[in-house]
Design a protein around this ligand. Structure first.
Ligand code: NAD
Length: 270
């Protein structure tokens, strides 16, 4: 059997009986869409939330997976966030097993040049959408995960939150805050058996990453020099998310798992 077929067999049934929500699908290139496919194949019942501007595309993708429920949710709108989670509670009888948070945003002009030139407004916007939103979503999800007897929250981060990556700038600082939030949230929610982890994905061409100046040359270089001599694929991130929401990872919380072909172990880029 080819690796792809073996993986499909391995996924089967791992998440049977589990239900959860995925925030952050924009289109078929989204990492969240890769995650949705892995979790769906593993038997999870899903709900997608979307930002208004991508409603049509997300609804189409939800149809492709057999009519998954969808809801609008903008993480900067506290009232909408609350309303969405009320609806989620009704749809899932007050209990969910997992939340996938795959959301980030920074203005394009902040993703090039020097970090020192970041505007106050750009800084606060990137922090709000890309870091604070995890805490805001976790707060809304807490009662639903608690009623379930525990669960798993997974977010997406990037190496630029640990080290300086050219042009990542304000988003790197937001990812550092996000990764630190993962640890604080893991400690807050651990007594209720709610685990919180992050996946640090290697660069993948998506709507969000295309705003980062020089992303394509970074992707080309990683294929040449990463330990696995390849780029990261959304399916690989999806399967790690599958592991993190499954009971197989029950002993893991507050962790950042790199899914980046091993690139993070290298000392420096060219
Ligand atoms: P994407 O553009 O497909 O996804 C980003 C999502 O964030 C979109 O669905 C968008 O609608 C959503 N979003 C932005 N602002 C929002 C708001 N105010 N309310 C609700 N949703 C909002 O791009 P992606 O690359 O799949 O990004 C998903 C996550 O993965 C992000 O956290 C990103 O930083 C992270 N990540 C991406 C890469 C990469 O190279 N693509 C690498 C590591 C980590």
């Amino acid at each position: 059997m080819q690796t792809e077929e073996i993986v499909k067999v391995n996924r089967k049934g791992i998440l049977a009986g589990k239900k959860g929500i995925i925030l952050g699908i924009a289109n078929k290139w989204s990492i969240a869409w890769g995650i949705a496919n892995s979790l769906h194949e593993a038997g999870a019942e899903l709900l997608f939330t979307y930002q208004d501007r991508v409603k049509d595309r997300v609804e189409k993708l939800a149809e492709e997976l057999g009519g998954i429920k969808t809801l609008e949710c903008d993480v900067t709108d506290e009232a909408l966030l609350e309303k969405s989670f009320k609806e989620i509670a009704e749809l899932f009888d007050g209990k969910i097993d997992f939340v996938i948070h795959s959301i980030a945003f920074a203005k394009k002009e902040e993703l090039e040049g020097r970090y020192i030139d970041t505007s106050r407004e750009g800084y606060l916007l990137a922090q709000d959408i890309s870091a604070f939103s995890l805490a805001a979503v976790a707060k809304q999800a807490e009662p639903l995960l608690k009623a379930n007897g525990g669960g798993s929250i997974v977010t997406l981060t990037y190496l630029g939150g640990e080290r300086v990556v050219k042009n990542y700038n304000v988003m790197g600082v937001a990812k550092a805050a996000l990764e630190c939030s993962v640890k604080y949230l893991a400690n807050d929610l651990g007594p209720d058996k709610i685990r919180v982890n992050a996946i640090s994905a290697g660069p993948i061409k998506t709507l969000a990453s295309s705003a980062i100046s020089g992303i394509q040359s970074m992707i080309n270089e990683i294929a040449e020099i990463s330990p696995l001599r390849k780029n990261t694929e959304t399916e690989e991130v999806g399967d790690t998310a599958l592991f993190l929401v499954s009971d197989l990872s029950r002993g893991i919380t507050g962790e950042v798992i790199h899914v980046d072909a091993g690139f993070h172990v290298l000392a420096a880029m060219k």
